[in-house]
Design a protein around this ligand. Structure first.
Ligand code: HAM
Length: 421
């Protein structure tokens, strides 16, 4: 196949063999969200570029170099494939006045797009499940979100595979104080800053703390800590979150260097990480963003939320050996002959009326070759129909998984036999 017709680099097909894993994950997630009273929100995959620039921050990796942005040639608008879900969620809440009667707990699931260098666990189209609680100021919601995470890991068979790191970024004033101290500190060590850090020194010095450059790790470790600048209110909030975790028996580590790659956060931030997936070990991340609703034009509204990377969690489930429930076909209908083909169509529909999962062989072929397909389909039974059976209104039922003899029965009795077996 010519390269120009292949899938875009970093964007993957979900193949049939992976379907059971995705469906199991999604089913568990939906039940888990319902158990906490969250409501689904679906937003468009395309938004105006300005939304993400305003929400995520101009001087962030996402906005500076990872967005799929293009001009709609039909009207000259700059549009962007969503790199994350929080901005869209807040936009939709403001635009549709969702908060008119108080707070809302929302969730979304779907593809996100970032032009990153693809590698294991990092894709240009990836999927997130995210939740956003809009309109709640207290630490109780931060705690709820962390408890939700812990419960979900258990339900996915991942307890013990992920650990929690938390931090507080404080409010605007503590951040301004810390920012000033950081600038002074990095100015004093300017020679050790790489190009990225030089560029961000005055625009977004906090982001320098997030550097992956090994040569800058010592410098960054010794930098002034935001934690030391927290005001009393931020400290109380952070203490309450930690208390909530302790009360619930959830282990965590305070990581004062955790700053996140998006600018909208304040107060609590956190990441759930694993050491079992190599370099891309953050499976879920989020925190509080009390300023974002107002920043996007809504009434000042406190908020918090998180998003998880679906591909990373699925890889972790496989790595951890989480059992994947299969959902096999009940029957594969083998049919040879013209009258048999007509009767097989009717028979298959009849069984589906009774709620059975039935694949009808297509494309002809001998009994032998059809039986091979029946076996490979994973179906519990082969239903064998020749012109002979068709004439008699009967079906030969052959168990493919459990033992047992082949039996020839009236079509009316097949459902009962299959439901029993
Ligand atoms: P984020 O940390 O940018 O936060 O992304 C959340 C999660 O998405 C990551 O922890 C990771 O598991 C997954 N992820 C991110 N980029 C990729 C990629 N290129 N390939 C595969 N997986 C990826 C947010 O997006 C925030 N909106 C989270 C949030 C919600 N904060 C508050 N509410």
């Amino acid at each position: 196949m010519s390269d120009s017709l292949r899938a875009v680099r970093g964007m993957n097909d979900m193949l049939p063999a992976e379907g059971a894993l995705w469906r199991q994950f999604e089913a568990i997630v939906r039940d888990w969200l319902a158990a906490y009273g969250y409501q689904e929100l679906r937003t468009p995959i395309l938004e105006h570029t300005a939304l993400f620039k305003r929400a995520i921050g101009e001087v962030t990796d996402i906005v500076e170099k990872e967005m799929y942005t293009f001009v709609d040639e039909l009207n000259g608008e700059s549009l962007t494939l969503r790199p994350e879900g929080t901005a869209s969620c807040v936009r939709a809440a403001i635009e549709n006045n969702l908060l008119f009667d108080g707070g809302k707990r929302l969730w979304y699931m779907g593809p996100m797009f970032r032009h990153e260098r693809p590698q294991k666990g990092r894709y240009r189209q990836f999927h997130q499940v995210g939740i956003e609680a809009l309109g709640y100021a207290g630490p109780d919601l931060d705690i709820e979100h962390l408890l939700m995470g812990a419960r979900l890991w258990k339900q996915l068979g991942l307890a013990g595979c992920v650990t929690l790191e938390i931090n507080s970024l404080g409010g605007a004033e503590s951040r301004a104080r810390h920012r000033q101290k950081l600038i002074e500190y990095f100015e004093a060590h300017r020679a050790q800053l790489d190009e990225d850090a030089q560029r961000r020194l005055y625009t977004n010095p906090l982001r320098i703390l997030d550097t992956k450059n090994p040569a800058m790790q010592d410098l960054v470790s010794a930098a002034p800590r935001l934690m030391d600048e927290l005001d009393a209110e931020a400290r109380r909030h952070f203490d309450a979150v930690q208390q909530g975790l302790t009360d619930a028996g959830i282990a965590f580590k305070v990581n004062p260097r955790l700053v996140r790659g998006l600018d909208y956060y304040n107060y609590t931030v956190y990441e759930w990480v694993t050491d079992r997936l190599g370099a891309q070990g953050t499976v879920c991340a989020g925190g509080r963003y009390d300023g974002l609703v107002a920043q996007l034009g809504g009434k000042p509204t406190p908020a918090c939320g998180f998003a998880m990377g679906v591909e990373r969690l699925l890889a972790l489930m496989q790595e951890a050996g989480t059992p994947i429930a299969s959902d096999p076909l009940d029957a594969y209908v083998v049919n040879v002959g013209e009258a048999a083909a007509r009767f097989a169509l009717q028979a298959a529909e009849r069984l589906r009326d009774a709620g059975l999962k039935v694949a009808l062989h297509g494309g002809g072929g001998s009994f032998k070759s059809q039986m091979k397909k029946a076996d490979a389909s994973g179906a519990r039974f082969a239903l064998i129909i020749g012109d002979d059976e068709a004439q008699a209104g009967e079906v030969s039922v052959k168990p493919l998984r459990a033992g047992g003899e082949q039996q020839r029965v009236k079509l009316d009795n097949v459902t009962q036999l299959l439901k029993k077996g």
